[in-house]
Design a binder for this molecule. Structure first.
Ligand code: GDP
Ligand code: MG
Length: 163
């Protein structure tokens, strides 16, 4: 069995962009429309010489309790159950959002190892941008740019360190 990395975060933080970079495929749609990728998407990647499976989730809006968003949250919870490691993505340009805290609580309850990735930090002061995400209580935030590839290799290396 390949180690499974699951990408979690509220819509529009850049999960599908990271998924595409990791899988170098067109399996996941990337769009400006929040929540376009509604289901789980699976892809294969390689980190160093370690193959892994990566799962893109459609977003996580646990504050909204109806319809399609509820279904997306369900898919995300199912994906977390399948995870060996979760990469929890937040948006360094938007800053800490209320939903981020709700997701962080769910992840802590899941007992899965979690890496906190602060995305969209290209051209920004990484230490400053990531500081406010410490309060999520998920360890040191890692600054990345999915779009530009910055920090992605280190992130994957850390995610796979125990495999
Ligand atoms: P998802 O909803 O979490 O899957 O987010 P997407 O991957 O669809 O990305 C949402 C938006 O953020 C798109 O417009 C992306 O181009 C943009 N985006 C993703 N990663 C980055 C990044 O590293 N830097 C910047 N500036 N924008 C990004
Ligand atoms: Mg997406």
């Amino acid at each position: 069995m390949l180690p499974t990395i699951v990408l979690v975060g509220r819509p529009n933080v850049g999960k599908s962009t990271l998924f595409n970079r990791l899988t170098k495929s067109r399996d996941a749609l990337v769009a400006d429309l929040p929540g376009l990728t509604r289901d789980r998407h699976y892809g294969r990647g390689i980190g160093g010489d370690k193959p892994f499976l990566v799962v893109d989730t459609g977003g996580f809006e646990p504050l909204v309790d109806s319809g399609i968003l509820k279904e997306m949250a369900k898919q995300t919870l199912l994906a977390i159950d399948e995870a060996d490691v979760v990469i929890f993505m937040v948006d360094g340009r938007n800053g800490l959002a209320p939903q981020d805290k709700v997701i962080a609580d769910r992840l802590r309850k899941s007992q899965r190892p979690v890496l906190l990735a602060v995305n969209k930090t290209e051209g920004m002061q990484r230490a400053i941008v990531s500081a406010e995400f410490h309060e999520l209580g998920l360890g040191d935030p890692l600054s990345i740019s999915s779009a530009h590839g910055e920090g992605v290799r280190d992130l994957v290396e850390l995610a796979l360190a125990d495999f």
